[in-house]
Design a protein around this ligand. Sequence first.
Ligand code: CUA
Length: 316
Amino acid sequence: MDPIELGSFWMPKQSSTIAEEIDTAYYIVYWLDVVMFVLLMGALAYFMYKYKRRGPKDKLSDVTHSTTLEISWTIIPSILVIALFFVGLKGWMKAMVAPGNALEIRTTAEMYMWTFTYPNGNVSVNELVVPKGQPVKLIMSSKDVLHSFFVPEFRVKQDVVPGTYTTVWFEATENRDTILFCTEYCGVGHSDMMAKVLVLDKPEYDQWQETGLKPGEKPLPPAELGKKLYATRSCNTCHSLDGSRIQGPTFKGVFGRTEQIADGSSIKVDENYIRESLLEPNKKVVQGYPAVMPTYKGLLKETDIDAIIAYLKTVQ
Ligand code: CUA
């Protein structure tokens, strides 16, 4: 197998059109450093040995400086650094300017999930689905604090900022799922703020846009769909299944449980309370928990909400 396919010691696999250019710039610097390091440390060790003062009778060197040497160790690195600037500039310009035919996907980051809105209004959460071989431009913003979008295999990274838009573009070259990380510390859930990047062939991408089904997928029964949504919509970041306390109340035995609400009243967890908690999560927060859940309004279809309710009934 091609060694680049496996990723190298330093770099993950390459799967976008810009990856090769970025890696080339990286390896030019890397190998320059290796050569410099070996030459400098080798010379240092050799001179330490050769010119060690072995006793009081050893004479000191009478060389004070060497103009030729000083000029060459100024000029040669200057040329190298200027050359590196142009290597970097070329790649940077390519990375900054998205091609005009790029597919635009609106991307929203918030503690602790990623939401993607596609041109036809489709929404996916913690799962970025892109067609292979087509430039994709993400128009990103944050709902709360600073986050950062990073797909190592694509070699793209860009801060996601509240109150302003930032963009990033890439063109996926491989039919391979990869991972998107949040790469700026944003709170306790930062390390869980990941999303899957799914690269589909164009016809399969179109089918997914049309039906929400990925290649080989069949519609799921509600409880199973709910289970999947629990993981893919980040419910699991805050709600455990085993009774342990994370950010929010556990889902173990949640359906039918009576909860104390922050205002002192109590409520029985039924279909309507779950639905309301998904759409207006801060209306009736369970006592003792922070009101930090984001709303899922517009992010879940009615059938998704039904599926989550069906699933929660099964979590005992
Ligand atoms: Cu979002 Cu770290």
